[in-house]
Design a protein. Structure first.
Ligand SMILES: [Zn+2]
Lengths: 326, 312
């Protein structure tokens, strides 16, 4: 049975019934019951996912079976070669970079990688990147720029790694430099938030011409638990914090902070990798096609203006006397 | 990973900051316990005359220390509209109003142009007393405009940071201000205009991970806390105490992350020297001429509030 989230309990009950029936000798009648239970489970799952709360979306975004960067790389690209290391200190396993082909076109790939089983999670540092990861990413971005290859970025991290060595080696500087330099990389950059968009750790590789979020991914300035601990002084108020922070794809689009939402199959991407991949594929090829006719200069101008406008609507002059001329 | 255990409180009312100079005639230095006469302390730019402990200073005081004389302020009327209608234990709107009342500012930064040893400069000065100096849409917009103004008028930029990072109550809008300001700095960089980042206690989170670490030259005040993650978050991650001095200016200098540590009393001259290095001879001459003409008009009282703000 697949790993179920707490709010998927009604589906779990049906799946258990199906499991029990499957263990009995097959009869046409039982086959029919199983089939109808399956349909019912899909239906209920669809209903649940149609009305997920922001906190529930956090749980989906963090689902251990949610397809990750390498899952998409395997399904969307051919001839992938992973490129390692920042040429300064180490190879960060929490950010994967490489070159590949997308529908016959050479592209560079950058993405966070969390790891699925315990061993992988430790190897990937749970997707918490250190400075080396950001520096490796920039190196590959500049490599792509040199040969006019588009870049596809996958975002899925809880945060940049908050440990001593991160500070010692300048994680803040590494992120800051990426923010500045990614604004000047002339090749098309498509960013896909496929899981957790965790604060500066996400943003440090998330500057692009098209920033898209998968339907059940989240993007936040701080994890809801952290926000609840600070503002409510109680990490258990994470549900309210998740609500207040406006972290869902719909919220992010409404705030003008992303360019589009990639739908997911009913029950979330982890429920059907192939369907999820097909939807990402469609959005990615559209985004790359949209950008192809632009010159590098036009892309940079549009990218600048996109980020330049972010938050403008959240500010207002207190009095008209102080307002600038239009 | 330990994020949720975070208990640091970035939201302090301006009155409960230990390092700030309190009202009254006498002040006890929190570092050396010396009893200091308030007037002497102010005269030494809020640096302890005995042990050189740097008390925190506000955004306006900071501008007074940097500029030769009066400055022109921009976008001072810009206020947050509370875009998320954020409510935690109390409405964000109430926190904003309280900070506005306490500081007399509309948000956590003052942006101005003025002269630093004769060199006209676009300066942004952050106010820690305004919701922990946190960066939301107003800070992002004002600093971005200050940088764009510098590009338009070919001025150098100085940003004095003092901030706990991005402002949670404006959610991802705050996060994106990191990108927005860095984008403007990319253009400033390509326009070959100097940017000096001055780091003061404390500079952490999204401010450090964007404009604070992007200076052509980065100058810190002594013993300032400078980092990405807060010390408590790190301690909870690694489950041990951090060594003495970790994330302090001296530590960052040793690790190669900043250029200089400068005593506040020397700061203006140090900033001016870097500005001169970053100002081509032709522009420096123009600055000298401008400085002379301003000196001639020095008698003219400049009311900051009455000056018409320029185009954004
Ligand atoms: Zn002292």
């Amino acid at each position: 049975m697949p790993e179920l989230l707490e709010f998927e309990e009604p589906v779990g009950v049906l799946l258990k019934e199906i499991e029990a029936l499957s263990m009995l000798p097959k009869t046409p009648e039982r086959e029919r019951s199983i089939e109808s239970l399956r349909r019912r489970a899909d239906e209920i799952r669809g209903e649940i996912y149609a009305t997920l709360t922001p906190w529930q979306r956090v749980l989906v975004a963090r689902h251990p079976n949610r397809p990750n960067t390498l899952d998409y790389v395997e399904r969307l690209f051919t001839n992938f070669d992973e490129l390692h290391g920042d040429r300064r200190f180490a190879d960060d396993h929490a950010i994967v970079t490489g070159i590949a082909e997308y529908k016959g076109q050479a592209v560079a790939i950058v993405g966070h990688q969390k790891g699925r089983d315990t061993k992988q999670k430790i190897f990937r540092n749970f997707g918490y990147a250190r400075p080396e990861g950001y520096r490796k990413a920039l190196r590959v971005l500049q490599f792509a720029q040199k040969f006019s290859r588009p870049v596809v970025v996958f975002i899925d991290t809880p945060a940049a790694y908050p440990g001593m060595e991160s500070e010692e080696r300048g994680v803040a500087e590494a992120i800051a430099v990426n923010l500045r330099e990614m604004m000047m990389i002339e090749v098309p950059i498509v960013v896909i938030v496929c899981g957790e968009g965790g604060s500066g750790g996400a943003l440090g590789i998330a500057i692009g011409d098209r920033v898209l979020m998968q339907e059940f991914s989240v993007y936040s300035v701080i994890p809801p638990e952290g926000c609840a601990a600070i503002l409510w002084r109680d990490a258990n108020r994470k549900v309210e914090a998740a609500d207040a922070l406006k972290i869902t794809a719909t919220d992010m689009l409404a705030l003008g902070l992303i360019d589009g939402i990639i739908p997911e199959p009913s029950g979330g991407a982890h429920n059907d990798y192939d369907a999820a991949t097909a939807l990402v594929d469609q959005a990615l090829s559209q985004a790359l096609a949209d950008m192809a006719p632009l010159t590098g200069e036009e892309r940079l101008e549009a990218r600048y203006m996109k980020f330049r406008r972010m938050g403008e609507e959240g500010t207002a002059f207190t009095d008209t006397a102080a307002a600038p001329e239009a | 990973m330990a994020w949720f255990k975070k208990v640091r409180k970035p939201i302090e009312s301006p009155s409960d900051k230990p390092s700030r100079v309190p009202e009254g005639l006498w002040v006890k230095c929190p570092s050396c316990a010396e009893i200091l006469y308030n007037k002497d302390l102010v005269a030494s730019l809020n640096v302890c005359t005995k042990c050189a402990h740097h008390f925190r200073v506000g955004a306006t005081e900071r501008l007074r220390m940097l500029f030769d004389k009066a400055w022109e302020e921009y976008d001072e009327g810009l206020q947050s509209t509370d875009p998320l209608k954020f409510i935690d234990t109390k409405p964000y709107r109430k926190r904003l109003d309280a900070s506005i009342a306490a500081t007399g500012l509309n948000d956590a930064v003052i942006c101005a142009t003025g002269h630093i040893n004769g060199i006209e400069t676009s300066v942004a000065s952050m106010e820690y007393g305004f919701i922990g100096g946190s960066m939301g849409v107003v800070v992002g917009e004002k600093i971005t405009r200050a940088i764009e103004r510098a590009i338009d008028r070919r001025l150098p930029v100085v940003i004095v940071s003092s901030s706990g990072g991005a402002r949670m109550m404006e959610g991802a809008l705050s996060l994106m201000q990191m990108a927005k300001i860095s984008a403007a700095l990319a253009r400033l960089d390509r326009a070959k205009l100097p940017y000096i980042s001055v780091l003061t206690d404390p500079t952490t989170g999204g401010v450090t991970a964007s404009f604070a670490m992007l200076g052509d030259v980065i100058i810190a005040e002594p013993k300032a806390l400078i980092g990405f993650a807060g010390p408590r978050v790190i301690e909870q991650t690694i489950r041990q105490k951090l060594p003495e001095g970790f994330q302090r200016s001296e530590f960052l200098l040793e690790r190669g992350m900043i250029d200089l540590i400068v005593d506040r009393r020397e700061m203006k001259d140090a900033v001016a020297r870097v500005l001169r290095f970053g100002t081509p001879a032709r522009e420096a001459r123009a600055a000298a001429v401008a400085a002379a003409s301003i000196a001639a008009a020095a008698a003219l009282p400049v009311s900051v509030a009455e000056l018409a703000p320029p185009k954004p």
